[in-house]
Design a protein around this ligand. Structure first.
Ligand SMILES: Nc1ncnc2c1ncn2[C@@H]1O[C@H](COP(=O)(O)OP(=O)(O)OP(=O)(O)O)[C@@H](O)[C@H]1O
Ligand SMILES: [Mg+2]
Length: 536
């Protein structure tokens, strides 16, 4: 039974503060027609009514943030509200106006084309959370599309948001996954064969959904007074420790965004997450992971891998390029914020500092993954680089490799075979290993063991430390796909079981071994498991 920590709250007495809509300029038109919206941060818009909403799953941790207990979450009212069929008193539904650079090109106005913010609440711990429905119907920003979302992409967003949270990765959260009872037409592979799919809505939560693109659009349009209003609002509301907005504070703020973004990239690399569409409209101003679209998890370690078939040619957003792209995106944000400061130097310095923030944070993350208490650049950089070459040289499951590395005995008298044995589980084709590779792996392990002994942590302690940073359970692409196939047939056991397992990604869970296994062979090239499109 899930009870709420705030006994006073329930769905009907959520306290709405709505700072975004009360403090920032609204679109004067309330017409829900697709159009360019000028001189406004958002447009008020009603979610579309759905035919027969049905709750598939909800996150009890997110419900806790709202003070909702199990009874609230399984009530009819909950399903009505979080499918978009009913607004609660105090809600102020709106879509945000933003632009963005997509695949390196300025795309102009984008905006929430299918996301609708219901409002901002304050909970009993004094935290502010904005509630947002994704897939809730058209808005003025929907351009040529329908404003809807399908079950497969919504289920992926719901599960991954929560999985990332439990992994300790900054992220927007997901409260609920609700089937709408309506069908949505999608051409999943863009090959001229559209199909009817079940529609769904996810309710997301975040302290803010403001993106780099919100600022970019105002600057691109020369709406500098609005740029200033939004920047001042963001600093006052989300970065109050930086002081009252003024040019020096805008620079400090940008520097902090660089630091938060660098840290986010290090987390993604640590857990093997590939976002898939790092356009500037998908970059959170708070350094959170936002927009779980054609994302994927590295199975065999390959820095050039991306699950997004739309990006298969250029691989702009592949695993290994994510930090470089983050830097590029930050440079676009710097251009957008420049009119507030009037000089380029502070931005250039922060962009350079991004590299330092990233490098420092990456080093301590890698030390952690290897179970070292300190990263000694002279020895550990080549040690890590050689390891990453080895991982890429033969198909090696990244997640399992680091868990198994924790089991390698480091005592000097150990035989090479004993050292290598734990790692075999992580290999996809152990029978195909040649002796040159095996020699290299043994030589690397010997260096590693010497380094660990010099570092001084006993094996058991090292294992504990490594297992707290190297997850055992991640949302493997094929697991999400299996849950989708089941849910499409009206069966929600797997989505709920995955939600449960992914709550403790670092802890071995007896009976849940199948969720920690390597990708099975059938999933190697299967759509949804290794390839995803932006169609969602
Ligand atoms: N089905 C749709 N209907 C209307 N607009 C859409 C739809 N799908 C995407 N868009 C819009 O296209 C732009 C880029 O889409 P992208 O795939 O990055 O975002 P998204 O998945 O819709 O949402 P978010 O970034 O909020 O998670 C955004 O402006 C988005 O709102
Ligand atoms: Mg998006």
């Amino acid at each position: 039974m899930h009870t709420s920590p705030c006994s006073s709250q329930s769905l009907t007495n959520l306290r709405f503060t709505n700072r975004f809509t009360t403090q920032l300029p609204a679109d004067p038109s309330s017409e829900n027609t697709r159009r360019q919206v000028y001189r406004a941060c958002y447009s008020r818009v009603m979610p579309v009514t759905t035919t027969n909403p049905q709750l598939v799953a909800y996150s009890r941790e997110v419900a806790d943030l709202l003070g909702l207990d199990q009874e609230d979450c399984t009530s009819e009212l909950f399903t009505r509200v979080f499918s978009g069929n009913q607004l609660l008193p105090g809600m102020d539904a709106h879509a945000m106006c933003y632009g963005g650079h997509q695949f390196g090109n300025w795309a102009g106005q984008l905006g929430d084309g299918r996301a609708i913010n219901l409002g901002e609440i304050i909970n009993c711990q004094g935290e502010h959370w904005t509630l947002q429905l994704k897939g809730a119907g058209p808005t003025p920003y929907s351009r040529h599309a329908d404003g809807l979302a399908v079950l497969r992409s919504s289920l992926r967003e719901f599960l991954c948001s929560e999985a990332m949270f439990h992994l300790g990765v900054p992220t927007t959260r997901a409260l609920s996954l609700i089937l709408t009872g309506d069908t949505v037409e999608r051409d999943m592979f863009y090959n001229g064969h559209p199909q009817e799919e079940p529609g769904a809505v996810v309710c997301r939560l975040s302290p803010s959904f403001i993106r780099f693109g919100n600022f970019e659009l105002f600057t691109a349009r020369g709406e500098i007074d609005l740029l200033k209003q939004l920047a001042d609002f963001t600093i006052r509301t989300h970065f109050p420790h930086l002081g009252r907005p003024k040019p020096a504070v805008y620079s400090l703020w940008f520097d902090e965004i660089c630091r938060l973004t660098a840290e986010l990239m290090v987390h993604w690399l640590r857990v093997g997450f590939v976002h898939g569409v790092m356009n500037t409209d998908n970059m959170s101003i708070l350094g959170l992971t936002i927009d779980y679209g054609p994302y994927g998890w590295l199975e065999d370690y390959d820095p050039t891998w991306t699950p997004n078939i739309t990006d298969a040619q250029g691989r702009r957003y592949c695993y290994g390029r994510q930090p470089i792209i983050a830097h590029w995106n930050l440079a676009q944000l710097a251009n957008a914020l420049y009119p507030l400061v009037g000089e380029t130097e502070p931005f250039e310095q922060s962009l350079q500092k991004f590299n330092r923030y990233f490098e420092q944070s990456w080093q301590s993350m890698m030390a952690g993954k290897l179970g070292l208490t300190v990263f000694e650049p002279d020895t550990d950089r080549p040690l890590v680089e050689d390891l990453l070459h080895l991982l890429a040289a033969v198909e090696t499951d990244m997640t399992l490799f680091f868990r198994q590395l924790a089991l390698v005995p480091t005592a000097m008298e150990k035989q090479t075979a004993d050292r290598c044995a734990p790692l075999h589980i992580a290999l996809y084709q152990p029978e195909q290993l040649d002796s040159a590779y095996q020699d290299k792996l043994s030589a690397w392990l010997l260096r590693y063991c010497n380094r660990v002994r010099r570092d001084g942590l006993p094996d058991q302690e090292r294992q504990k430390k490594m297992n707290a940073i190297n997850p055992l359970y991640v949302l493997r692409n094929y697991l999400a796909q299996l849950a989708i196939e089941q849910a499409t047939d009206g069966e929600y056991t797997l989505v709920n079981e995955l939600l449960e397992v992914l709550r403790s990604p670092y802890t071995e869970q007896p009976g849940k071994e199948q969720f920690a296994e390597k990708r099975p062979e059938w999933a190697r090239h299967r759509p949804g498991c290794s390839m995803l499109s932006c169609s969602s």
